[in-house]
Design a protein around this ligand. Structure first.
Ligand code: ADP
Ligand code: MG
Length: 396
């Protein structure tokens, strides 16, 4: 970690000649279970990762804002605080800043919530694979919240940081995401998983203790090309399914407010594919509750079986997996050391996870990678997940 922070400090110096007034780390995240339901008012269970995004930053007296990322060579951005305060958020005006639409969108949201922000220089560097379902975008947004809070000395809590980061991603970067990613990247804690009700924002931490087992993160290295158009399609399918189900349950404001039993009683109201889309949301919400209970009870076999059921629901009912994710999950499940595996994140590529006996993890990584390579021709990357504290985790 320190090495990345030092590199960010050096980049700030070499690019802008500025000394670091602050240095910050914000984690990425992996979602253990509760997929594609954070926009349906469901329960999700992510944890924050030791891979994430680092920044070094300095105040400026002249109102200018300069941003550089080691990961986006040649895309240094320069603007100023007054201009950011005056740009309309939802018109696409921020898109011209490229990657910097994320940090500048966060600055704009902070300004619109009454926080005083002047000029600053910021250098950014990430250790997460980007666009792979580990939420580098939310990591960058929350990082910016923490940097600006420190530079300008205003009050900002974790829930507000998550909400405004999500607004920035939605309005300024044009990605219609749920609240899970920003919430865990802001509020995560080392050695903990978070159970978050995305309908009410009630949350609780519990020990992320897999006992004799290890969590593997398996990057298919397949870019998520279809992800954003299909993501928006699934969101509107869920909205339409809810509209139809409300003829039976007018009091329900989100799909995940239905129990699986209530859903079955009204399923005849839904044509295909809405029936399967809604069935995924409702059953996934129940699986998340059961997974939290299994993890608390130390029942890893049950936890693994729930991961398997989650993947199958995402594959057959929600249809967001694809050849590579199915191949890597099948390769993992076929390994004798693995209790369960599923895709994680938006799908169509990116990462999957597996619960694997710690004593056999090194063997399993090699074997799974070899089987996956034989089937797809792709060299994947498999690593052991480690958790980390998020910048607002201690204040929740
Ligand atoms: P994910 O959040 O799953 O990693 P997204 O497509 O939502 O994928 O976000 C990736 C985008 O976030 C990148 O294309 C880039 O614009 C921005 N981003 C993330 N990390 C960095 C970084 N270290 N430097 C610059 N931009 C970054
Ligand atoms: Mg993202």
């Amino acid at each position: 970690m320190d090495e990345y922070l030092n590199r960010a400090v050096r980049l700030l110096g070499s690019e802008f000649g500025a000394p670091a007034h602050t240095r910050v780390f914000a984690p990425g995240r992996v979602n253990l279970i509760g997929e594609h339901i954070d926009y349906n008012g469901g329960r999700v269970m992510p944890c924050s990762l030791s891979l994430g995004t680092y920044a070094a930053a300095a105040r400026r007296g002249d109102g200018r804002i300069r941003l550089v990322s080691a990961d986006m060579p040649g895309e240094t951005v320069e603007t100023d605080a007054a201009q950011i305060a005056s740009l309309p958020h939802e018109s696409g005006a921020f898109r011209r800043f490229g990657w910097a639409a994320y940090p500048l969108g966060v600055a704009a949201k902070l300004i619109s919530r009454g926080r005083g922000i002047g000029g600053f220089d910021m250098a950014v560097m990430g250790s997460l694979p980007r666009g792979s379902g580990l939420s580098s975008s939310a990591s960058l947004e929350v990082l910016t919240c923490a940097v600006l809070r420190e530079l300008f000395g205003f009050e900002l809590g974790g829930v507000e940081a998550a909400l405004l980061s999500r607004e920035a991603e939605h309005d300024c970067a044009g990605v219609n995401c749920g609240i899970m990613d920003q919430f865990i990247c802001a509020a995560g804690r080392e050695n903990s998983a978070l159970l978050l009700d995305t309908g009410t924002l009630e949350y609780s931490y519990f020990p992320f203790d897999l006992g004799e087992y290890t969590l593997l993160i398996m990057n298919t290295k397949k870019p998520r090309r279809l992800a954003s158009s299909k993501y928006n399609e699934r969101r509107s399918e869920c909205g339409e399914a809810l509209r139809l189900l409300r003829t039976a349950y007018p009091e329900k404001a989100a799909l995940c407010e239905l129990t699986p039993e209530e859903f079955r009683a009204a399923a005849h109201l839904l044509p295909e594919p809405l029936l399967r889309r809604a069935r995924h949301a409702v059953t996934e919400n129940r699986r998340t509750e059961e997974a939290a209970a299994a993890l608390s009870a130390g029942d890893m076999t049950r936890f693994g079986a729930l991961l398997n059921a989650s993947h199958d629901s995402l594959r057959f009912d929600y249809e967001v997996t694809g050849f590579e994710l199915d191949a890597i999950v099948e390769a993992a499940r076929a390994h004798s050391s693995v209790l369960g595996a599923r895709m994680t994140g938006a799908g169509f590529g990116g990462c999957a996870i597996a619960i694997c006996a710690s004593s056999e993890a090194e063997e399993a990584k090699k074997d799974i990678a070899a089987v996956y390579n034989e089937k797809t021709g792709i060299e994947c990357e498999i690593f052991t997940a480690r958790t980390a504290d998020a910048p607002f985790g201690g204040m929740m």
